[in-house]
Design a protein around this ligand. Structure first.
Ligand SMILES: Cc1cc2nc3c(=O)[nH]c(=O)nc-3n(C[C@H](O)[C@H](O)[C@H](O)COP(=O)(O)O)c2cc1C
Length: 232
């Protein structure tokens, strides 16, 4: 992919130069020494998009089974994967500025140790941020006593860096960022359905608690928690 002379382009160059960790505001997610390359996602599933739309339902009870790394890779690709040589992604983004960042709390994923990971869409990889099973803590960060969240094998967290979009579109950019989270959330619902998995988007949680668990700074705003697993 062509590298552009933008903030993200500069970050990419720094990454290619082998930086193990660098800080530029909220964008310090890179810990190159702990990168896990994800399996290649499939571009051809068994379920039609119509069946996935018709079958999708929010599910809050999960089997205790593990999900596979292939399934996790597929879900992340559907959410934010790059699908075009120009860098465009599966979900639309105002001005192609891509303000969303995905984090994964992995509890039960085959071949992946428990921890908090950041999804690097450009590198098709995961970056380990914290070790340990933090699903119970994340469930406790929800409001309305939604402890069922802890039973999902993974909890995906959609976060936003508003700056990326607001810097071009002003305050209206905030609206665009929320619209984008909706697009990504629906892609995740449909991909989960087609994999025989299920999820629920959760908007009721304490932002600061979620930030603390993810170990991200104030500029990174959590928008959705999405527990995902095999429906029971
Ligand atoms: C913005 C938003 C926030 C939501 N927050 C929660 C939540 O905190 N907890 C929850 O159990 N479901 C949450 N939901 C899921 C809705 O409850 C669910 O979509 C609705 O009941 C319709 O069911 P369906 O998704 O199966 O069609 C949320 C949905 C949206 C769009």
């Amino acid at each position: 992919m062509a590298l552009k002379w933008t903030r993200r382009g500069i970050l990419k160059i720094l990454g290619l130069m082998g930086a193990t960790s660098f800080t530029l505001g909220a964008y310090n997610y890179m810990k190159a020494e702990s990168k896990i390359l994800l399996p290649e996602p499939s571009k051809d599933g068994e379920m039609s998009v119509e069946r996935a739309i018709a079958g999708r339902r929010s599910v809050r009870r999960f089997e205790s089974a593990f999900i596979s790394l292939n399934q996790l890779s597929q879900l992340l690709w559907a959410a934010q994967g790059i699908t075009d040589s120009r860098g465009f992604r599966g979900a639309p983004s105002a001005g192609a500025l891509y303000p969303l960042e995905l984090f994964i709390l992995a509890g039960k994923v085959e071949g992946l140790k428990e921890g908090v990971y950041h999804y690097d869409a450009e590198g098709c990889s995961l970056e380990l941020r914290r070790e340990g099973d933090l699903r119970l803590e994340m469930a406790s960060a929800s409001t309305l006593n939604q402890m069922w969240i802890k039973d999902a094998p993974i909890i995906l967290v959609i976060c936003a860096i508003y700056e990326r979009t607001v810097s071009k579109y002003g305050l209206r950019g905030e609206r665009y960022v929320h619209m984008e989270a909706g697009h990504v959330g629906e892609n995740i619902y449909l991909q989960a359905e087609s994999l025989g998995l299920a999820c629920t988007v959760v908007g009721a949680f304490l932002d600061d608690e979620v930030r603390r668990i993810l170990d991200v700074s104030e500029e990174t705003a959590p928008l959705y928690l999405i527990p995902i697993g095999m429906p029971s």
